[in-house]
Structure formats: C-alpha cells, structure tokens
Design a protein around this ligand. Structure first.
Ligand code: DX5
Ligand code: ZN
Length: 216
C-alpha cells in the first residue's frame, strides 16, 4: 500500500519559494505541509498568512496547514482564505476543540487535530469521529530537523485501534523526523500520511526522495 507524503515547506529555501513549490507540483507529493509557528505555542516563529497565500498562488497540490499557535480560532478564516485545504489545530491549544473543529468544517476545509508527543491517544476518544485527520507529532513541535521519537510507532498503532473501534474515517499523519529508516515501520503501524521536511529538502534530489518515501 502506498503512503501519502506531505513535504514540509518549512525546510525549503524561502529565497526561491516559487521554484520549490513548482518542484513539489511536479513530484509525487500528495499535499504541501505548511508549518505555522507563533513563538508562543512553540519556541519558534516560521511565517504566516501572506506567505501561505504566496505558496497557494503557485501550488497545484492541496495545502495541509499545521497551526502551532495559541488561539487558532482567531485565524481559521484567514488561513482558509489563504488557501488551506486542511487545517490542523493542536489539542493542547484548544479549550473548546469540538467547537474549533466545527468552525473549520463550516469554512469548507478538512479538520485535523495535532497532538504533542506527551499527549495520550486516549484524549481523542470523544473527538475522533469528528476529525478528518490526526497529526501525531513524532518530535516536539517548533523546529525541523529533530530526531524521531520511537514511542510514535505504538501511538500510531493505538490510534489506529481507536479509529477502527469508533468507526472514524480520520487519516493518521505522522510529523517530525520522518525518513527512510522509519517510513516503512510507520506505514505498517497504521500511518496514512508522512510529513517530511529536512529529509526531503536536504536530499540531492528532493523529487526522487518524495517518490521513494511513498513506495516505502
Ligand atoms: C515541527 C513541524 C514539522 C517539521 C518537520 O514542528 O511541525 O512539520 O517541519 O520537519 P522534519 O521532517 O525536518 O522533522
Ligand atoms: Zn508540521
């Protein structure tokens, strides 16, 4: 079974963003993963709405926007208007997650929930049927290029069990430190979508790396 791949534009060369997006358009990538960091929820700042809009102007693949921000409700509409097809918010940043998921759906986007490495799968029990995607963080969010946390495999397996038990159609995305050493095992554990940033963009042939990840 072929995995879906969402290269993270965070690892691209921003001085030639259009070229990088075009490379992804011509690759086997299924989505373009867009990491939004606010310097509050995570200890780093990436970019925001105008850059997302610029990506969308050239993108031929759906934008998978990962909001690592506090108060995501305030910005859902702006990111939807900037081209987000999927919007994922962090479980840890949402006091009223169910309301936030409803708001994303109301905007016509797919709704995802992202969970930090310390957040148990059990916390998703009463939201899993409402989401289209669960983004399992396999690093602590905030930076590209970090080391994959091995506990992720068992988390993905337990999430898959929960999805089946509840009859949810949510896809499982794994984000952080993904490469060819862990991709196959993640797929076997139940992952549907792999996010990969530095592994793709620091490879000599990013397009080939994307195709290889998909086949792993
Ligand atoms: C981490 C981000 C990830 C990151 C992945 O906070 O959410 O999407 O860009 O980058 P790599 O693949 O380099 O770990
Ligand atoms: Zn991400």
């Amino acid at each position: 079974m072929s995995l879906l791949v969402a290269p993270s534009i965070l690892a691209a060369d921003f001085s030639k963003l259009q070229k990088e997006v075009e490379m992804l358009n011509n690759s086997a990538a299924d989505y373009i993963h867009v990491d939004i960091m606010d310097g509050v929820f995570v200890p780093n700042i990436s970019f925001g709405i105008p850059v997302t809009e610029a990506i969308q102007r050239h993108a031929k693949k759906p934008l998978d926007v990962h909001l690592m921000i506090v108060n995501p409700d305030h910005y859902l509409e702006a990111f939807r208007n900037a081209g987000a097809d999927t919007i994922s918010v962090h479980y840890e940043a949402c006091t009223h997650l169910h309301r936030t998921i409803q708001a994303i759906h109301k905007l016509g986007a797919h709704a995802g929930v992202a969970i930090n490495p310390h957040t148990p799968i059990a916390m998703l029990e009463d939201i899993i049927v409402d989401v289209d995607l669960v983004c399992v963080m396999s690093v602590n969010p905030g930076f590209g290029g970090q080391k994959f946390i091995e506990n992720t495999y068992s988390k993905v397996t337990r999430l898959k069990e929960l999805i089946l038990k509840k009859g949810s159609s949510a896809k499982i995305e794994v984000d952080g430190g993904v490469n060819l050493d862990n991709a196959q095992k993640l797929g076997a554990s139940g992952a549907d979508i792999l996010v990969a940033g530095s592994f793709v963009f620091s490879s000599p042939d990013p397009s080939l790396t994307i195709a290889t990840l998909k086949k792993s």
